[in-house]
Design a protein around this ligand. Structure first.
Ligand code: BG6
Length: 470
């Protein structure tokens, strides 16, 4: 659709950026924090662990001041479950509560709305030892953790995100959490029973939020990307529908309508993998829980074809596609360039995805991640010339504005990431931030902060409410 006049970004649009606790904070096993699954996993060869990360735990004042200088209207960060509840349940670590109180107050000092992710890939290790999400008790633990957060921070936090990328924890568990489910007899049964518990935990948290904090707004935060068919062969259209259902609609249909997507359900039936842990009353809770908005992370679209008979499955990460026998197979999209780390770049796909999500669910959309991972270089004079990141973000913001002109209701845009941090599985060298953090993979250097070129550019974007993208 061509627009003669583009609509403006709404007044009060939430411009900001995102991080997650385990990737940015450091102080991973100090100050009363218990270990999370991220602290006990073995990092992929050649990448550092999360002990220090960007050390935001000790640099938060400086980081928030820099975000204030950029004009952020929101900062999306996550709360580490095991920093508040070292064993995942029970004893509260007051030092953890104090830390997040201080971080929230620091944001408010600069007029920055805290946007809190309640759980971002870092399940307390103590809960994982007791079966993790496969154990129904973890649902109760999440409700206890939610109640503690709403009670402690709800007087100042208006926007809440339940679970970051539940779909990637289900589809790409090895890449994002270092967990390999192949040891189970029927891995999919195990995984989709975990998934059910997580969906239930999310629904309960949304209901509790509305009950405890009537003025607050809450929504899910999956990784959503429209899936294209590799050709106009009808079989490829089926494959695209299959993967769209499995990676996208399963999560949003449940969060918004409280129903299991029929394509996913029949695929699970075929493998004797439907969740048997659904208890009486669960589906009523799912239907009763209503998000106020849909948040999602977008990096790129996916492309698939229908696999031939007997074509074996493969695994992927959040963006590099996987193949599931008889269901879909990942294909490269020859029309798209790639990042240095092999992720396809598709700004128009961002508009496609926004249009599709809005027309399916009719809820305002908040973008909680979007960005480019690259090997940045700190120059002698302290500058970082990341024009490639500016180009990537500009192209996505342009498409977001076109989507707004198409009638999509948008609440805000938070690229990944506010400051450099450790990637899920590709180390600190895969940088995303507006703010450079001076450390290498294994040499911590001085952790000093530097403003990248994208920092100055984004500041202008925000000041002009998205008009000046030059
Ligand atoms: C998202 C996650 O999948 O992508 C983030 O929510 C992650 O935690 C981001 O860092 C970028 O992925 P990666 O693998 O490059 O760190």
């Amino acid at each position: 659709m061509l627009h003669k006049t583009l609509k403006q970004f709404p007044k009060g649009f939430l411009w900001g950026a995102s991080t997650s606790a385990y990737q940015v904070e450091g102080a991973s096993l100090t100050n009363g924090k218990g270990p999370s699954v991220q602290d006990v996993k073995t990092p992929p060869a050649g990448t550092s662990g999360f002990e220090v990360a960007a050390d935001q735990y000790h640099h938060y004042k400086e980081d928030v001041a820099l975000m204030g200088e950029m004009g952020f209207r929101t900062y999306r960060f996550s709360i580490s479950w095991s920093r508040l509840l070292p064993e995942g349940t029970g004893r509260v670590n007051q030092e953890g509560v104090d830390y997040y109180n201080a971080l929230i107050d620091e944001c408010l000092k600069y007029g920055i709305q805290p946007l809190v992710t309640m759980y971002h890939f870092d399940l307390p290790a103590a809960l994982e030892e007791r079966g993790g999400w496969a154990n129904r008790a973890t649902v109760d633990a999440f409700v206890e953790f939610s109640e503690l957060m709403f009670r402690s921070f709800g007087d100042r936090v208006r926007y809440w995100l339940t679970i970051n990328e539940q779909n990637m924890m289900t589809l790409a568990a090895e890449a994002v959490m270092g967990i390999d489910f192949s040891k189970f007899d029927n891995p999919n049964k195990h995984v989709y029973e975990m998934n059910h518990n997580m969906l239930l935990a999310q629904a309960k948290a949304m209901c509790l939020c509305h009950q405890m904090l009537p003025d607050a707004k809450i929504g899910p935060a999956p990784n959503i990307a429209l899936v294209y068919p590799a050709s106009n062969k009808p079989e490829d259209i089926l494959a695209a529908q299959n993967f769209n259902a499995l990676r996208n609609w399963l999560y949003l249909d449940m969060a918004v309508y409280g129903i299991y997507n029929n394509l996913v359900w029949s695929w699970l039936e075929e493998q004797d993998a439907t969740p048997e842990n659904i208890q009486v009353g669960d589906m009523e809770i799912m239907r009763a829980a209503k998000p106020d908005f849909i948040a999602f992370n977008y990096y790129s679209t996916a492309t698939v074809a229908m696999p031939g008979p007997g074509e074996a499955g493969t695994s992927g990460d959040q963006q590099r596609g996987a193949t599931i026998e008889g269901f879909f197979k990942a294909m490269p999209n020859p029309n798209l360039p790639r990042t240095e780390f092999g992720w396809e770049i598709d700004p128009i796909g961002f508009r496609n995805t926004l249009r599709e999500v809005y027309s399916r669910y009719h809820l305002p959309i908040l973008i909680t991640e979007n960005g480019l991972g690259a090997y940045d270089k700190l120059e002698e004079d302290g500058s970082v010339h990341d024009q490639y990141r500016i180009d990537y973000l500009r192209a996505h913001i342009e498409q977001m504005r076109l989507a707004i002109s198409d009638g999509v209701q948008m609440l805000g845009y938070c690229p990944w990431s506010a400051v450099d941090l450790i990637s899920t599985h590709e180390g600190i060298v895969k940088r995303y931030g507006f703010i450079y953090v001076n450390r290498d993979e294994f040499d911590l250097k001085d952790l000093k902060r530097y403003r990248k070129d994208s920092f100055y550019w984004y500041k202008k974007v925000i000041a002009s409410n998205g008009e000046e993208l030059g």
